[in-house]
Design a binder for this molecule. Sequence first.
Ligand code: ADP
Length: 482
Amino acid sequence: MNLTDPSLLRSRCYVHGHWISADSGAFVPVINPATGEEIARVPALGAIETRRAIDAAAGAFAAWRQRTARERAGFLKRWHRLILDNQEDLARVLTLENGKPLTEARGEVEYGAEFIEWFAEEAVRAYGETIPSPWSDRRIVTIKQPVGVCAAITPWNFPLAMVTRKCAAALAAGCTVIVKPALETPLTALALAELADRAGIPPGVLNIVTGPAEDIGREFTAHPKIGKLSFTGSTEVGRQLMAHAASTLKRVALELGGNAPFIVFADADPEEAVSGAISAKFRNGGQSCVAANRFLVEEGIHLTFMQRLAERIAALHVGPGWEEGVSVGPLIHSRAVEKIEVLIAEAVAKGAEIIIGGKRHVLGGNFFEPTLITGVRPTMRLFNEEIFGPVAAVTMFRDEAEAIALANATDYGLAAYFYTQDLKRAWRMAEALECGMVGINVGRVSTTVAPFGGLKHSGFGREGSHYGLEEYLEVKYLCFGV
Ligand code: ADP
């Protein structure tokens, strides 16, 4: 793999400052999605080891919360610095297990590290308030306190940033954490733990466990010492976890699937709209919950938009992430490829038309051709399901009312994008779209400083921004008799 620092490649779990294996010695292989080859093996921890990790985090909580916010920020800043110092190595590990182009992986390391810096800075601003009292002999104050031991379950599509977005906020707030990264991409998370260790973050404050998701997830939701569960992943698993967490009344934050509309009005700047479309659709090969899933294009610009988008898609270079000039890597696994094939076949059978691509790439394996498909209708699965791949599905509309109706005709509500030069329409649209994030004349909205999250079946809770810190804090009201 050619790492400058090979010791970043850890294949054991990080619990209470130690690198541990499963009691049974069992492991799970980590597969390179570009080649199908095994990269490493990580422990298959079960319920017992997970409980130990929870105990470690619970044991570390009292001392961690007692530290001043400034002290916690100091640890986080050291961690942040070490991540940036090791950016290239981390990017390589990330590309190897996730498949994304190395340039995107480098970008993710930077973006992911930013959450740590941001929350280090926010840690010292977890203000309470004083409230004017209705009683002359009493004073009212609120203070903020950490919610306790937190569990985090993260997905494979952003193996670094999804870990830091949760952990940095939790640690800044004074919580301790146990993270279960996706089985597809545990190595990036373990490398982060190695750097956290070097940053001097005390044992038990951050723990990483790998293994069968259901066993670990069950322990996270059932264990009385866990105060909060933060999950990013599919709506189906999110629903299950929420149901299980109900038994112990845990706080839950769910960042689930999306079905983002990308709306192009006839008055849009076509060049800008096409550039935004490429970014919103093909970053990470379309494997992002905020990826544009449905292109809704007004009649008057449909032809121009399709022609230019087709040219840009044809120019995308597919290949292994580590090769120079690659813009679209492999999909994560063969199931993802099969799902896309099924969605496309169903749409074509119902009358949609493939303009470009539409099939497996000649490279074979998990590579799929960047695809443009038009004539997509609300009756098709392609319109209703999260595609999670390099397939741009286009539906034509006639007016603003139809655009809004189509955009909102989904159970999901994470991100939406639209392009228009009409200011009044921009406000109307922004207010009418049922989602947590709106890109207006931009194809990318994610940033550390803004609240990321959704509504409807895309879940609830916000990550990043000052709202992200609040998620890990309880408000306590103090009433003083004077
Ligand atoms: P995807 O389909 O994108 O892989 P998942 O929701 O299956 O999305 O996975 C997201 C995260 O949830 C991963 O870390 C995965 O291991 C974990 N996960 C999957 N199934 C369960 C489960 N039943 N309980 C807890 N975690 C789960």
